[in-house]
Design a protein around this ligand. Sequence first.
Ligand code: ADP
Length: 373
Amino acid sequence: MKKLGILGGGQLGRMLLQAAANYPVVTHVLENDPDCPAAKLCHHFTLGDFRNYDDVLTFGRQVDVITIEIEAINVDALETLEKEGKTVIPSPAVLRTIKNKVTQKAFYEHHAVPTPSFVVTHTLTELQQHADKLPAVHKVGEGGYDGKGVQMLHSVDDFSKGFDAPAVLEQKVAIATEIAVIAAVDQAGKVVLYPAVEMVFDPVLNLLDYQLCPAQVAQTVHWKAEAIVMRLVKAFGSPGLFAVELLVDKQGEVWVNETAPRVHNSGHHSIEAHYSSQYDMLLRILLGYPLGSPEAQSASALVNLIGEPSFSGPARYEGLEEVLKMQGAYVHIYGKAQTKPGRKMGHVTLLGTDRVDLMRKARQVKEGLKVKA
Ligand code: ADP
């Protein structure tokens, strides 16, 4: 049986392992926390740092196929492993490009993939020379996630909020909708696309409120998004699963915001709502099996369960029983013992036929189910 190594043991790794349980594969996970969500679901757990060259090299040498569930990994070690003949999916070259927003944006520009126009800044002093570009969005090259590492700059007074490190200063798009498309690319280069999902944001927290699939956008927007994602993954030239976040502006133009070269939050709903989930799909790619069908069996909504503000400690799921009574509600608790404000603790997928019903159910879950300590 093939040995699969996963760098990172968070919830994405955990759900990948749940899908892996259906395949002839032996699973290994590298993570520095023995209580991480994936630790108890893999066959072999290795305690170590996926940012460390030696840890990744030693881990990778004992498996046949290596993948990631987080980008902040040691790419040098993955390059060595690839040279030694290991299958690394996605390719280390693509990981290097995507890992840093500066190189990621430059890649889009080079390959004529529509993305908001930008300049690169290295210091705050340099940033201050770009008053003519405001309003704009400043994004740190490395280390940002879930909105951290992104600053909206409306006026010169906001410059102090920017990053004193390599970053991109991006034109602010007048966003009508945010959507995401997941592409699956097999080892022979065949591509299938999941239907676009639509993000509904909480304007106060600037966090994803819930997500709907299919996205309710004009057919032309669907077509543009598909063409852009197709072009992008062809340019990457690597097998893997790629989640592409896109901004749709008020004129109906579509821009790539960013790409995650891995399974992604925007694809959780595919576990219950699609023929082949993003996790099942990635397993097929890693093991060299035919791709599954990305099509939806049902319309769906996805609600993230986020640690409530001002609660830290052993997690308690208030209102869980009410949600479990709802038809078509699928609860996923990630097995993180401790909750913290804003921490992703689980999600709920809701199946339904019409959008209004899904929005009502999503609200019901948001308001009724709280993660507290
Ligand atoms: P992260 O990697 O932390 O998720 P993103 O690059 O996705 O950060 O940006 C977070 C959010 O900021 C996006 O979901 C979007 O709402 C907003 N945003 C990002 N880039 C732009 C832009 N160029 N114009 C307007 N809003 C943007």
